[in-house]
Write a new protein. Structure first.
Length: 184
């Protein structure tokens, strides 16, 4: 039995991409009543930087970036992340996961507590989707597979606007989204 409902992430032009999506600009996904979706919003500007999917006691955060046509920039990004984590005193190791090369990092959070993160990427047509899973239950197999399937079901709309490689693709809140007071 295949527990992977989706075979993505998908490009918006992919005819096999899921339909009936919640759209947040460059990133769309199949709504799922078992997760809480949060938009990570930059203080002061109100710019949406990432989407986070909370499930059980774990979170999948996703961001989409521009990349050159026909190029897979994940390995280059992975090496940069590895260097930054090490530079900040964290530990990191590379492993192979369901999306290819990925990183597992241990860093200190704002409360000086060790926090473990698992980071992986998927290159599409002129875009890179990066996922980061964190939280106390991130290593539980059922939770991990559930969040990986959320990642597989994401549809990326790169758009036609020229952007430099690694530029964050624009995200936006859908009409009617509830925004807690003080965020915007």
């Amino acid at each position: 039995m295949n527990d992977n409902l989706y075979q993505g992430p998908y490009d918006v032009s992919d005819v096999s991409a899921p339909s009936e999506l919640a759209q947040f600009g460059a990133i769309s996904f199949v709504p799922n009543g078992l997760v809480t979706v949060r938009a990570e919003v930059e203080d002061g500007t109100g710019k949406v930087l990432a989407l986070s999917f909370d499930y059980e006691q774990a979170t999948l955060q996703v961001q989409a970036f521009a990349s050159p046509k026909g190029e897979n920039i994940w390995h280059e990004v992975l090496l940069d992340i590895q260097a930054k984590v090490t530079e900040q005193g964290g530990t990191v190791f590379q492993q192979v996961g369901p999306f290819g090369s990925e990183l597992v990092a241990s860093i200190l959070d704002s409360n000086s507590q060790n926090k473990t993160l698992r980071m992986f990427g998927f290159s599409g047509d002129r875009w890179l989707l990066r996922g980061t899973i964190s939280g106390p239950s991130m290593d539980e197999m059922a939770v991990r597979l559930f969040l990986e399937n959320i990642f597989r079901g994401i549809v990326v709309n790169r758009g036609e606007t020229p952007l430099p490689p690694r530029e964050l693709l624009p995200l936006e809140l859908p009409e009617g989204a509830i925004v807690p007071k003080g965020l915007l």
